[in-house]
Design a protein around this ligand. Structure first.
Ligand SMILES: Nc1ncnc2c1ncn2[C@@H]1O[C@H](COP(=O)(O)OP(=O)(O)OP(=O)(O)O)[C@@H](O)[C@H]1O
Ligand SMILES: [Mg+2]
Length: 280
């Protein structure tokens, strides 16, 4: 059986710039009904980073992710992945959305759901089965190959969606509030799963959430967005130990400092105050 951690490692050397967002702006519609969702966002993500994006509801997080993943064309500015302009969904990128219920096909088994993108890539059956099995093992669902999504809990369905993304061996894994619809305990387990997948596979992760604690617990870096029309309010390095644990990490004084800092920053963002807080 294939071991997913020994799969081909991402091509970009860790630490080099992988994703580059420059002066990205997005306005929906035109004329009196137009909505300027994003004014101007610029940032770089290095290969192998785990970056969380946090911001007030409606500030344009999903819009940003759709632009990053080539699902939406920005009105201004540009996105480049490994030096190539993103104008359509790149092969190197996989996206996991919030609504697992709508992202899995109920009439396909878990095996076939996870294998679907690999089939579309015309991977031979044997290799496809190995990759599907390894991805499901990675998310703790090695036993669920023949079940159907509707036989699984919400948290398990979201793990299937993550398995589908990693079976594809992306260089960049983009996640849009993937755990918003599951209970707190499941959410904690899924957060740890994301960090483990990130560490095991060396994939670059961009994780959008409106949950401040989640952004600090998960991220090596947190991008705080302002309210709409949106800019980057702060780009914060998370200097917590890389081995994280739901109980001890969240009990660290540094965790509390960082979450308080991000919280204050979001409150400023909601008030329309774009000045950065002093570093914490
Ligand atoms: N297809 C669309 N047409 C017009 N306006 C849109 C469209 N999609 C989003 N918007 C508007 O753009 C702004 C940003 O929306 P977006 O969904 O990106 O925010 P968000 O930060 O993901 O919100 P949430 O936290 O609720 O998920 C909002 O004002 C929204 O109403
Ligand atoms: Mg959203």
């Amino acid at each position: 059986m294939a071991d997913i951690s020994t799969h081909e490692k991402p091509a970009e050397a860790a630490g080099t710039t992988l994703l580059s967002v420059r002066d990205l702006g997005k306005t929906y519609g035109a004329g009196p009904g137009e909505v300027e969702a994003i004014r101007s966002i610029s940032f770089d993500v290095r290969a192998g980073e785990l970056v969380c994006v946090v911001g007030p509801s409606g500030c344009g997080k999903t819009t940003l992710l759709k632009c990053l993943s080539g699902l939406l064309h920005p009105t201004s500015g540009s996105v480049a992945l490994a030096g190539q302009a993103v104008v359509a969904p790149p092969k190197k990128m996989a996206v996991v959305f919030q609504e697992y219920g709508r992202s899995l096909y109920p009439w396909l088994s878990v095996r076939d759901n996870v294998g679907l993108p690999l089939k579309a890539r015309r991977l031979p059956r044997g290799e496809r089965d190995d990759a599907v099995r390894a991805a499901l093992e990675e998310v703790g669902l090695g036993h669920a190959l023949s079940t159907y999504p509707w036989q699984l809990s919400g948290g398990m369905q979201q793990r299937v969606a993550i398995a589908r993304a990693i079976a594809y061996q992306p260089e960049v894994l983009v996640m849009d509030e993937p755990f918003a619809a599951v209970d707190a305990q499941t959410r904690a387990d899924l957060e740890d799963l994301v960090r483990r997948v990130w560490q095991d596979l060396g994939v670059t992760v961009i994780f959008v959430t409106h949950d401040i604690d989640e952004s600090v617990y998960l991220g090596e870096r947190v991008l705080v967005l302002s309210s709409s029309p949106t800019v980057v309010q702060e780009d914060l390095a998370v200097d917590l130990p890389s081995e994280r644990d739901q109980i001890s990490t969240r009990a660290l004084p540094r965790f509390t400092e960082l979450r308080t800092h991000v919280h204050e920053q979001i409150q400023r963002a909601k008030r329309g105050d774009r000045t950065a807080l002093p570093a914490t």
